[in-house]
Design a protein around this ligand. Structure first.
Ligand code: ADP
Ligand code: MG
Length: 650
């Protein structure tokens, strides 16, 4: 959009403007009925004592503040009709601010400071950079663009601020005591710059204390107690015909987000230690989620695998009414005859009565205490376990209560120096000799970590007579032939035992239902681990919020500068939300890698972990969400700051 401004219409027109702070007793009339017309190309100096209302007038002229009453028009448009975003656009396009204290952002370079208003005007990176370099060059700062403000002198910093005011080709330059903090040399240089800009056709309004500065202006306005007490008079013919080129673009969301991400990294970099601590919270949370869920998943899979390896063809009977919590050994309801009756049922291929107890076994001078199980000849079939040497005891051995024993490899290894030659040797159990009939194949630990090879099996009948001193069973294990009919067979077994006992003093289960209960207990284990991890993520999130809130208060002035140079509230909001997202995302990435690293180490240490993509994805998204949720409040706080108050903050 090319605008051609002729000399006849004022660019600025104030009509009886009042700005009143506070109310009642504390009421301050900072501006009390100011009427003023400014024509294009004028060079105006505003003078007056401290507290007379100069800055208040400047803030209203620059659309950083609104009048309490009266009308204010810029290029014929009533500012009262504009919403906050339109005001931001007007500031960006029409005004360039120069402040007494430069108000440069300290953690970015001079050139990047100059670019800020152009970001909000939607210029591309290349365009911005070129213009900034060009401006700095003409202001005598060629080659200094890469310096941080702290590396420049006061005069140089103020020239950077001038470049920033000029980058969007502002029509009106507003300067609030721009030479106030400069030595006389730099002050004179800056004044020359302003005069030069004026000669090129720009409208300049500056506040000054310095009579020498005021002398250079074409028109001096003096303010006292919020009123104009002297005005040299407007000059409608001040400027020749002046043409301004405007970008007219609105800021692109992508350019803006890219800038916000860059700024986020800059400000995180500027506070490395603080950033590290903030990230730590999120990192611990995320890595905890990843590692804990991998442990949970690992143990669940391990247990399930063990149970599945048991086969789905088993039925178990335990003594005691359903829901009984007592140990099965102590309840006297199941007998060998029950097991024999169950064996007669259709579809049952093996029915193994069992009673167990811990006993010391002895061979020569070797003592070894293990779990003795009294079972019948069907045990290998039900447990699908073979023998590595010798043979299992027979039905006759059970019927005749013979003293034979089948050993697990652990037991055999502890009793015999040559376990491979143990078959045919004698083992003393409870003082009675048992001949070793066979050695079981090795199996390893079961799902509960118990060594399945640390056992000794004897005929149940022999055990009841000589070892256990009890006629009752610990349990009965049955194997079914057709697993599709396992439910039906279970029901038949229930009916049979009910008929024999007259009451339900037993509990029937199958592998599937056991699997289910294990699964659900494993799930609650995972949920427990997950919640612990989630809590640490929450703590991390609160850390993010805390730091963001600190960051907003620390950077209030930066926010003010951005608003003065044309940032809308949404721009500020986006910047802080993006910053929180960067913290969350960075913490998430580092956390996921730490979590995976922890899983790897645990695996090396022999723990069962199972890494799935779900927890990592979940944890990373939670970290991002944490950033978003906990960053929102601080971002909103930043966006709602009043530009004038933000600029004057320390
Ligand atoms: P100047 O720039 O001429 O020194 P200001 O415009 O800053 O004066 O202030 C004019 C008057 O308004 C002063 O009396 C000042 O105390 C008062 N004032 C300025 N800002 C505020 C504010 N935010 N709240 C209350 N009073 C204010
Ligand atoms: Mg002031």
């Amino acid at each position: 959009m090319d605008t051609t401004t002729t000399t006849l219409d004022p660019v600025i027109s104030l009509e009886d403007v009042r700005r009143i702070y506070g109310s009642g007793e504390a009421e301050v009339r900072a501006l009390d009925g100011v009427s003023l017309k400014v024509y294009p190309g004028e060079f105006i100096a505003i003078v007056g004592q401290s507290g007379s209302g100069k800055s208040t007038l400047m803030n209203i002229l620059g659309c950083l503040d609104r009048p309490t009453s009266g009308s204010y028009e810029v290029n014929g448009r009533d500012v009262a009709d504009l919403d906050n975003d339109e005001l931001a656009t007007l500031r960006r396009e029409s005004f360039g601010f120069i402040f007494q204290r430069y108000n440069l952002l300290t953690n970015i370079s001079a050139s990047e400071n100059v670019e800020i208003p152009a970001i909000y005007a939607g210029l591309s990176l290349d365009e911005r950079r070129d213009r900034a370099e060009e401006l700095l060059e003409t202001l005598g700062l060629g080659g200094r663009g890469g310096h941080k403000p702290g590396q420049l002198s006061g005069g140089q910093q103020q020239r950077v601020a001038v470049a920033r005011a000029l980058i969007n080709d502002a029509e009106i330059i507003l300067a609030d005591e721009p030479t106030g903090a400069l030595d006389s040399g730099s002050s004179a240089e800056l004044l020359n710059l302003l005069v030069e800009m004026h000669l090129k056709g720009r409208t300049i309004i500056l506040i000054t204390h310095d009579p020498k500065v005021a002398e250079r202006a074409e028109r001096v306005i003096e303010i006292s107690d919020g009123k104009i007490i002297h005005d040299d008079g407007a000059n409608p013919l001040a400027g020749e015909k002046v043409t301004y080129k405007r970008s007219g673009k609105s800021p692109s969301v992508f350019v803006q987000i890219a800038e916000s991400v860059k700024m986020a990294f800059r400000s995180l970099q500027a506070n490395l230690f603080r950033t590290a601590l903030t990230l730590l919270g999120v990192v611990i949370g995320v890595s905890a989620v990843v590692a804990m869920l991998a442990i949970g998943e690992g143990s669940q899979r391990e247990v399930m695998a063990r149970f599945e390896s048991m086969g789905s063809n088993l039925l178990f009977v335990n003594p005691g009414a359903p829901g009984t919590r007592m140990r099965g050994d102590a309840i006297a309801t199941l007998t060998i005859e029950d097991a024999e009756a169950l064996a007669e049922l259709d579809n049952i291929v093996a029915s193994v009565p069992s009673r167990s107890g811990n006993q010391t076994l002895r061979v020569g001078s070797n003592d070894y205490r293990t779990s003795i199980q009294g079972v019948n000849e069907d045990w290998p079939l039900a447990q699908t376990r073979g023998l590595q040497s010798g043979a299992f005891f027979t039905e006759q051995d059970v019927t005749n209560r013979v003293g034979v024993v089948v050993l697990g490899t652990t037991t055999a290894g502890n009793l015999f120096d040559q376990p491979n030659d143990a078959v045919g040797e004698y083992v003393f159990i409870g003082g009675a000799p048992f001949e070793v009939a066979g050695i079981l194949e090795e199996k390893g630990a079961n799902s509960f970590g118990r060594d399945e090879d640390d056992i000794a099996l004897i005929p149940i009948t022999t055990g009841m007579m000589r070892i256990f001193g009890q006629e009752y069973l610990s349990n009965i294990t049955m194997a079914v032939e057709d697993t599709d009919r396992v439910d039906q067979t279970e029901e038949e077994a229930r009916q049979l035992l009910l008929a024999r006992h007259g009451t339900e003093d037993f509990q029937l289960r199958n592998t599937a239902s056991l699997l289910e209960s294990v699964e659900s207990s494993q799930e609650s284990f995972s949920i427990l681990l997950g919640s612990v991890a989630a809590i640490s993520l929450l703590v991390g999130g609160i850390g993010v919020m805390n730091i963001m809130l600190v960051s907003v208060s620390e950077r209030t002035r930066e926010i003010g500068v951005r608003m003065a140079t044309g940032a809308r509230r949404s721009d500020i909001m986006i910047q802080f939300v993006v910053e929180a997202l960067v913290v969350g995302g960075l913490g998430g990435l580092v956390g996921v890698s730490f979590g995976l690293g922890a899983c790897f180490i645990m695996e090396q240490l022999g723990m069962t972990v199972y890494v799935t993509s779900m927890p990592a994805t979940l944890a990373f998204s939670s970290a991002l969400a944490t950033g978003l949720i906990f960053g929102y409040l601080p971002a909103r706080k930043a966006a709602r700051l009043d530009p004038v108050a933000a600029l004057s903050s320390e």
